[in-house]
Design a protein around this ligand. Structure first.
Ligand code: C2O
Length: 356
């Protein structure tokens, strides 16, 4: 069935699915978007543009670019909470779509939660989410070429949490850095090397070992997934709850767990869907996940192997675009990222040559 967010976004309930400790949530479960009664989503038309936005590896950003990115996040954080572009509202989008705030009527007596994880709509939903987030940030600093950085965790040079997220702000105080988030695992700040198979246990591998373990696991997730379903996960199906693809279940989830704070009841922020969108790291992490989709499609033999079912193509979500227009977007319109107006700066891909 095509996953379909409701036309009336006020048809939305507090999000409680997949949150283990509801009594101790620190980000709140009222995740429904602001909504004016008369507003219904219009079908989205990809706008024309002058130049592609180029997403660069976070560890290679110039100091000027980091300042620009910080300024954009600071501007987002300065918006009133109920503004659809505010940092809170953007964070709530993830909670609404991932923790059961929306429902969809499949038949007269079957109503199911809208879910965007553990199936092949994982990639397109998050592509659209980042797409609007990036355009909103660009608009806030009046820079139509603004592009999100990507956390290049698949390259040895990018396997640490990018330094800008943990650097102190102007008065040498962490809290004045708009990229800082108080709910992270402090022992995973640089120079800790990310563990792309992290499952909440510290392995304590020496750095060199951890780097090669990471490369081998990426090789498995990217190269040994010849079948479309192995990489993307299966078509969304209300009867099958978990059939995510290799990267979603693998490196993607490991990074979420590795960044979230294990001392928080729900491993906020990145360690739980309901809170993940509050940490700016989320979007930079997901830019690399999105890049994995792009790279996989370009690998030898994979060219025409993206998901093709009608359900996949017609699944759709509702977002506020950068003009505060409520729009409905479809998976079928996000397959070609150049048409969407962005691309990834290349970075070497050593996992191609790292079979386990
Ligand atoms: Cu919607 Cu990384 O999760």
């Amino acid at each position: 069935y095509p996953v379909t967010a409701p036309d009336d976004i006020s048809d939305c309930v507090p999000a409680t699915s997949l949150i283990n400790n509801l009594d101790d949530v620190v980000r709140g479960v009222a995740c429904c978007p602001p909504h004016s009664p008369a507003a219904f989503p219009k079908p989205y038309v990809l706008p024309s543009f002058r130049a592609l936005r180029v997403r660069s590896p976070a560890h290679k950003l110039t100091p000027e670019y980091i300042e620009k990115y910080k300024a954009a996040i600071a501007a987002m954080k300065a918006l009133p909470d109920d503004h659809p572009h505010s940092w809170k509202q953007q964070g709530k989008i993830h909670c609404a779509y991932c923790n059961g705030a929306y429902h969809q009527q499949l038949s007269e007596n079957q109503k199911v939660e809208v879910k965007v994880h553990f199936s092949s709509i994982f990639y397109p939903f998050h592509r659209w989410y980042l797409y609007f987030y990036e355009r909103i940030l660009g608009k806030l600093i009046d820079d139509p070429s603004f592009a999100l950085p990507y956390w290049n965790w698949d390259n040895p040079m990018g396997m640490m949490l990018p330094a800008m997220f943990e650097a102190p702000g102007p008065d040498n105080d962490l809290r004045t850095n708009p990229l800082f988030d108080p709910y992270r695992n402090v022992s995973h700040a640089a120079p800790a090397i990310v563990d792309l198979q992290f499952d909440d246990k510290e392995r304590g591998h020496p750095c060199v070992d951890q780097v090669s373990i990471n490369l081998c696991s990426l090789h498995t997730q990217m190269i040994r997934t010849k079948r479309t379903d192995d990489f993307f996960g299966c078509d969304p199906n209300p009867k099958v709850s978990e059939c995510g693809g290799s990267i979603e279940n693998g490196a993607h989830t490991a990074v979420h767990r590795w960044v979230g704070n294990p001392r928080m009841a729900n491993h906020e922020d990145l360690g739980n869907f309901y809170s993940a969108g509050y940490d700016p790291v989320f979007y930079v992490h997901h830019a690399n996940v999105d890049r994995m989709w792009h790279i996989w499609m370009g690998l030898k033999g994979n060219r025409n192997k993206g998901p093709r079912s009608t359900d996949w193509k017609n699944s759709s979500y509702v977002f506020y675009d950068e003009n505060e227009e409520l729009v409905r977007v479809y998976n079928r319109d996000c397959v070609d990222m150049k048409r969407m107006g962005y691309m990834y700066e290349a970075s070497s891909i050593p996992w191609k040559e790292s079979p386990p």
